[in-house]
Each structure stands twice: as C-alpha cells, then as structure tokens.
Design a protein around this ligand. Structure first.
Ligand SMILES: C[S@@+](CC[C@H](N)C(=O)[O-])C[C@H]1O[C@@H](n2cnc3c(N)ncnc32)[C@H](O)[C@@H]1O
Length: 610
C-alpha cells in the first residue's frame, strides 16, 4: 500500500487481540516521568469482516466449487462467522460502522449470521438501511425467511433438528433463532442473546413444540420469519450486473455491547463436539453431503472449512469479556516476567527461544515473525539527515521502526504515522499482543554493495519512501532534463560525460558518492533553478558512482515510468512512444513476498551500481 498509516497483522479474526490498558495502568513511566499513553485501547472507526464462506458466489470464476460445494460447508462456517462478526463489533468504536460480507448466497452464512449478531447485541447495534448509498449498485433485499438444509432434509425450525444433529445445526441458523429446549438440555438451555424467560420452556407463542423425531420433518415445515429488518442486507447477484454474487450488511454500533453472562447450551454442545478431529469430521460430513454424489478427498478440506475447531474460545466478544482479558497470558507475561531471565524454554517445542534477555523473549513471542522495534540509533538517523540535508522539522523521532532489535545490523528502516506509532506504543505496553507482519512505509535501506562502504551514508532512500521525503531533501538531489531522465530509465547507467545536458553531468559529478535523487525537470524550468517538488513531481532514486549515475529502480518500474512519461511528454509525432515500445526490458516476476519480515532478503533487483 505504500503508506505509513498501515499495520498488517495476522490473527484468527475471532481472536483478534483487544490490546487495551487498564485505566489504573494507563500511566507508563519513561525516564522516570509518568506518561499518559495517547491511546489506551485499540478500537476501530471501521471494520470489514469479509469472512471465510462456502464461496458459492464465486462459481463463475471458480467453477470447481460447483463440484465441491455442499451444505455442510456453510453450516460448518456459521458459528465462526458469528464469532468473527462479534469480535469485529467488540473492536469497533461506538459510532463506528462494520460491514459483514460473504461471497455466498447461503442464508445460513448471511442473514442468519446478521440476525444472530443483532440478537446478541440487543439494541447496541443497528442494521443500516443503505439503499440510498451507491445508487448504481444493483442489489436485492436480504431474506427474512429461509430453511436450513441438513443431511438431505429441509429444516424449517430448530425444533425439527434431530437430537443427533444438534452439535452441527444450531438455533441461530434459523430465522427465529429460537432454541426449542430439548429434553437433555431443559434445565440449561437459553436462546442466544435472550434470557431464559424469553425462551420459555419450549411451548413458545408460535405453538412450536420440541420435536426431535426425524419423522416429524415430513409433516411439519412451518415457516419461521425473522423479526429483524434483514431486508436491509444487500444481495448482489451475478445476472443483475455481470459480477460474482455477494452478500453485504452494514452495521452501526450505537452503544457498548451488552454483557452476555451465559454461553448458550447449543454453543456449549458445538464447543464439545469440536473436540473431534475437525478436518476428519468435516471431510466425513462433506462426503455425506456432496451434491454430485462424487467423493470428496479429505485433501479438499481447506483452511476455510476447518474453523469449527475455533469454537474453543470466547464466543461472545462482549465488552465484559474484554475486561476478562486483563488476566490473559500476555498480561501475566508482561507484569510477572523479571527484567532479565534465563533462556526461556518454549512450552510447545521445548527449545530455547534464544538469548537471555527479556527483549529477546519478546522477539520470540510470535515465532517466525520478526519483532517491530522503534529505531533509536541517533547516530544513524543523524548521518541520514546530514547526507540528504533533511532538516529538523521532519519528525523522525518515534516514527522510525525496524524489524531487527540489533540496530547496528538493521537492513531496512520503516516510517510510521502518528496513529501507527500510538498503536505500537500501546502494543508494547500490552506485551506485544499484535502479531505484526508488515508495518509502515519502507523508507531507508542499507546499501550492501562493496562500493557503498565508501559512501558517507550507509542508507539509500527506498522508492516507497521517496514521495514522502522528496519535499524535505535539500542535498543529493538534482533535476534532469526530460531527455536525460528518459535516457536514465532506458540505459540505467550513464557516465557523467554522456549526459545530453553537460551541466547536469557536471553537477552529478559533484554529488557525494552514494544515493541521490534525480527529479524530472518541468519544461518551463531552467537547469540553473533549484529543484522544486510538488504532488506531480516525478523522481527516482539513483546511485552516484565514481564515474556515472545509475538508477536504483527495478526494470519493470523503469518501463512503467517510461510508459507514463510517454503520455505526459506526448509531442504530437509519437516519437517518445516509439522509443518506449522498442525499449527491451528484462521482465521480472512480481515479487509475491514483499520481504517485509525478512531481514537480509532483497526486495528489489537493482540496476548495476557503479
Ligand atoms: C472471503 S476471503 C477474504 C478475501 C479478502 N477480503 C480479499 O479481498 O482478498 C476470507 C479469508 O479469510 C481467511 N480466514 C479463514 N479463517 C479465518 C479466521 N479464522 N480468521 C481470519 N481469517 C480467516 C481465509 O483464508 C480467506 O483468505
């Protein structure tokens, strides 16, 4: 995303950390001075729950689903979808909005989930009518009634569910969400999000009686209709506007979520049943449910179909449970760990986490993920500022982070915005609950080539960081004429004497050895003017070698920039375009691993330096 304002984390959504400080713990001490953290809880203005689903809406682009899809997939995901939605709402600010979406048309994964969320949240959450927004988006209303398919039968109500199936089919899958208390659970059952009084003893106002006799299915298919305004949900169908199929619901959080004190009986059952081997169980169900009668290999059970296993933790996601998180393991870790201890032995692997210091324990908190640490090596920061002529007004302090706590061997330095900085500080105070895989904007990279050791500054400016730094750089920056700029992109390395604009070659030779920035000069400017930058400025990172200037941009970026320039510099006779087309580049595969977490791995292939 090339933005300083982004943190990418990797968590099971239903277990996304709450990351908040107790009010009485909100003061932190820094240099002996009590500091009030600017953020004491990680809450969001907007949440998008684009949840794992059975994916039938993607049939057009994924025709394989036609063969694999079965009702067990949606039924198996319903509980996880509710959990994720509840977690999202619990992390949403009051006044914020959350979108719940799937690429399925299955009401069990859609309206049933939204209804269950509304049921659990009481009046604290509202399903919004967004029919006036995006008027060009053709949508159909959400369903108010549906039936649930299980084992080849249509079930109109939870009372129709065989007692042998109550672990997999739960009340919230049905429009009323009602739990018709069965005999086994008569003394314990509650309706999700409702009190025992609401449920009664099974003789509900609708006149439904608990029926666990499978025979009953053949004669009783009374329709349940949801009382929630589910028509406000949006169903996007492929034949309306030539798309995939989507389900979208927009929820607004009006007040803190209510505390829910009791886990419903049905969820307890689902919890217990989840002790089975989930992939095996799902594979069995899928074999039974396969609509084409073809056998489904257990290897077909994907990550997205396994999440019943996730029914082992907080199912409510309410603020009450947030409070309970104060006793979570990371908190204990944070408060009870001595500053320096022996090498900790990893409970799961039995191996030592490495290093004897607490900071190394923190590093090992998320195995396989490099820690995020604030970069505080002032000597390096000063050398960068001096080399590029960046003045003090640019706030580096507290905004630079790395993925390596050994600052002497840092390979990349990332820049983070104020809000990301605040969240990071909170995360440190909470014992690094967030598993951060990517953060901020890569701004500086250490040079590794031999010649680089001769440069006064060990760090070059990365392409991602250049737009942010461009207005602040006063040294190592030059303006090139359009023709020289284009030649640099085409030939990658040009000797000082070979620039068309001799004056540019002269100026380039006077730069210090190392990274420099070449800005495309606008036509109306003289080569004597100082470089001026604005939002439309085009610039590239280069290397001033002993005898030449080389671009430090990937071949693919060079080509794209040339193409853009050909449009910008269109001179009427297509001259530039012609040269662009005949320009041969070595095509590189896009880098799928952005290398953000791998210190030592080059993310870019650089043009030859020197
Ligand atoms: C519908 S896709 C999201 C697609 C995504 N919004 C995009 O545009 O590429 C759902 C994703 O959730 C992931 N997933 C499955 N279980 C999850 C869980 N418990 N927590 C978070 N993500 C999960 C799946 O691997 C899948 O990538």
């Amino acid at each position: 995303m090339c933005t300083a304002n982004l943190i990418v984390t990797n968590h099971e959504a239903q277990h996304f950390p709450s990351c908040h400080l107790n009010k009485n713990k909100a003061d932190a001490f820094e240099n002996g001075v009590a500091m009030e953290p600017s953020v004491s809880q990680l809450l969001f203005d907007r949440v998008l729950c684009d949840v794992p689903c059975s994916g039938d809406g993607t049939l057009r682009k994924a025709p394989d689903i036609w063969r694999k899809w079965n009702v067990g997939m949606g039924n198996g995901l319903h509980g996880l979808q509710v959990q994720i939605g509840m977690r999202g709402l619990s992390l949403l600010k009051v006044g914020g909005r959350m979108v719940y979406s799937t690429c399925s048309m299955n009401p069990v994964e859609n309206e049933a989930v939204v209804a269950e969320i509304l049921r659990r949240c009481g009046g604290s959450v509202e399903l919004l009518d967004v029919s006036s927004e995006l008027p060009q988006l053709v949508r159909r209303p959400g369903l108010k009634k549906w039936k649930v398919r299980d084992k080849g039968s249509w079930l109109a109500s939870y009372k129709d569910v065989s007692k042998f199936r109550t672990a997999g089919i739960i009340p919230s899958m049905f429009p009323s969400g009602k739990n018709y208390v069965d005999n086994a659970d008569k003394n314990h059952g509650t309706v999700l999000g409702q009190t025992q009084d609401d449920v009664g003893d099974g003789n509900s106002a609708n006149g439904f009686e608990p029926k666990n006799d499978p025979e009953a299915l053949t004669y009783d298919l009374d329709e349940e209709v949801s009382t929630f305004p589910l028509e406000r949900c949006m169903r996007i169908v492929p034949h309306d506007q030539n798309t995939g199929a989507f389900f979208i619901a927009v929820l607004a959080k009006l007040s803190p979520l209510p505390a829910i004190q009791k886990k419903p009986a049905s969820l307890r059952r689902q919890l217990n049943s989840s002790n089975d081997s989930i992939p095996e169980k799902l594979a069995n169900e899928m074999q039974e449910e396969d609509i084409n009668g073809s056998e489904i290999n257990s290897a077909d059970v994907t990550e997205e179909q396994v999440p019943e296993a996730a029914f082992d933790a907080d199912l409510m996601g309410s603020e009450l449970e947030e409070a309970a998180l104060d006793t979570d393991p990371s908190k204990i870790y944070e408060e009870n760990e001595p500053e320096e201890t022996e090498d900790p032995v990893d409970k799961e692997t039995g191996s030592k986490a490495g290093g004897g210091k607490r900071k190394l324990q923190i590093q090992g908190k998320w195995r396989g993920v490099d820690p995020v640490v604030f970069f505080t090596n002032n000597a390096i920061v000063d050398s960068i500022k001096i080399f590029y002529g960046i003045d003090e007004s640019f706030a580096f302090s507290g905004h630079l982070v790395t993925r390596n706590s050994d600052t002497d061997h840092v390979k990349r330095i990332y820049y983070v915005s104020k809000s990301v900085k605040d969240v990071l500080e909170l995360n440190f105070k909470r014992g690094q609950q967030l598993k951060i895989t990517s953060i901020g904007l890569k701004m500086f990279e250490r040079q590794s080539a031999k010649e680089c050791s001769l440069s006064p500054c060990a760090f070059r400016i990365s392409s991602e960081g250049l737009p942010l730094l461009l207005p602040r750089i006063t040294k190592q920056i030059l303006e090139a004429s359009p023709v020289d700029f284009k030649h640099l992109l085409q030939y990658k390395t040009i000797k000082f004497a070979d620039f068309v604009d001799a004056e540019f070659g002269e100026k380039a030779s006077k730069l210090m050895l190392g990274c420099c920035v070449v800005v495309l000069r606008k036509d109306d400017r003289s080569s004597l003017d100082l470089p001026q930058v604005d939002a439309s400025t085009i610039a590239i990172g280069c290397w001033r070698g002993r005898t030449n200037i080389s671009v430090m941009v990937t071949a693919i970026d060079c080509r794209e920039m040339l193409e853009r320039l050909s449009v910008r510099m269109e001179n009427g006779n297509g001259h530039v375009l012609l040269e662009t087309e005949s320009f041969i580049v070595e095509r590189e595969e896009p880098n799928t691993n952005d290398g953000e977490t791998k210190e030592g791995a080059e993310t870019m292939e650089l043009a030859t330096v020197g």
